[in-house]
Design a protein around this ligand. Structure first.
Ligand SMILES: Nc1ncnc2c1ncn2[C@@H]1O[C@H](COP(=O)(O)O)[C@@H](OP(=O)(O)O)[C@H]1O
Ligand SMILES: [Mg+2]
Ligand SMILES: [Mg+2]
Ligand SMILES: [Mg+2]
Length: 299
């Protein structure tokens, strides 16, 4: 039961954090900082949303390990206290914990927090690419996750939406399109393109390529059947980019690994970077793995 209790808080705080992203975008004062490297930005929204998420979860689930993307956030301030919420999601709490995860205790949980995924796109006003990601791992595996999309449009209104899932229970909050047999639409980065990424895609000979910002947004394309694979043959993403999406994709019967088909480990002491890239698909997973050249990351 610990997992569902913590998950219910993760869903509620992801939605609240989405409100922070909307408010800061509306204010027009993004406070953009360059963290170094290629298109590796931070804004006031990344920091404030992480402050809200992590201080709330520390209070709600104090025995869990919580790891957030931004490393310069001070949780001891008055602002941190004022942002704490102990809200939970009744949508989550109305489900029982799947049998396979019922033995997990709060201290077994590692929560990976990406307060704003798609920061580069956020700074460019590409709001549809932006998500809040909170993934929960237990014994090194992604087991539950929430993706909140603050600017998702319903009938022309930016109402936002929440996708969440638990392995063994299922996933909720989206519509999966029927997908034609054998179709190969690949989605990948738009702001971190590299030769190795292009080469891996080319060897899969896709019918179409969709380049959008954010790891969460690309997971959503795969989840909804608008893309068949998320392929990024490069280092660059970190555990907080992939944990939530992996859990939801797995809950639906799909798979996410590195580009060679090796599992991604999410234990508290793993190194953050996904050094050997990301591959996710709901079907034909082995096809994509079979097309990746063994030396792809050396290019
Ligand atoms: N070369 C790189 N350097 C730093 N971050 C990278 C990166 N490649 C990908 N990422 C991070 O991975 C996430 C998805 O990237 P992309 O949009 O290129 O697919 C983004 O998360 P954030 O926006 O949370 O930082 C992005 O910053
Ligand atoms: Mg970032
Ligand atoms: Mg991210
Ligand atoms: Mg981020």
């Amino acid at each position: 039961m610990a997992l569902m209790r913590t998950m219910s808080a993760c869903v509620a705080v992801a939605e609240k954090a989405g409100g922070v992203l909307r408010d800061i975008m509306t204010s027009g004062n993004l406070g953009i900082i360059d963290k170094g490297g290629i298109n590796n930005l931070q804004t006031l929204a990344d920091k404030k949303a992480q402050l809200l998420i992590v201080s709330s979860l520390m209070k709600h689930s104090p025995k869990a390990t919580i790891i957030g993307e931004e490393d310069d956030v001070d949780y001891t301030t008055e602002e941190a206290k004022s942002l704490i919420t102990l809200d939970t999601s009744s949508d989550v709490l109305q489900h029982s914990c799947p049998e396979s995860l019922a033995h997990i205790n709060e201290e077994d949980l590692v929560i990976w927090v990406d307060p704003l995924d798609g920061t580069k796109e956020y700074t460019e006003g590409r709001k549809q690419d932006v998500t809040v990601l909170i993934g929960i791992a237990a014994h090194g595996e992604a087991v539950a996750g929430v993706i909140y999309q603050p600017w998702y449009e319903v009938q022309g209104k930016e109402t936002g939406r929440t996708l969440w899932g638990v392995v063994g229970l299922g996933a909720f909050g989206f519509n999966r399109q029927p997908v034609p047999e054998g179709r190969k639409i690949i989605t990948t980065t738009r702001s971190h393109m590299q030769q190795s990424v292009q080469d891996a895609i080319d060897s899969c000979k896709p019918d179409k390529l969709i380049q959008i910002g954010g790891s969460g947004s690309k997971c959503i394309l795969v989840i909804e059947g608008l893309a068949d694979a998320y392929l990024f043959a490069s280092p660059g993403t970190k555990k907080w980019d992939t944990c939530a999406g992996e859990a939801i994709i797995k809950a639906l019967g799909g798979k996410m690994t590195d580009v060679f088909g090796n599992p991604i480990h999410y234990g508290a002491d793993v190194s953050y970077p996904n050094k050997t890239g990301v591959l996710a698909a709901m079907r034909d997973f082995d096809f994509y793995v079979s097309k990746i050249p063994a030396n792809i990351m050396d290019r």
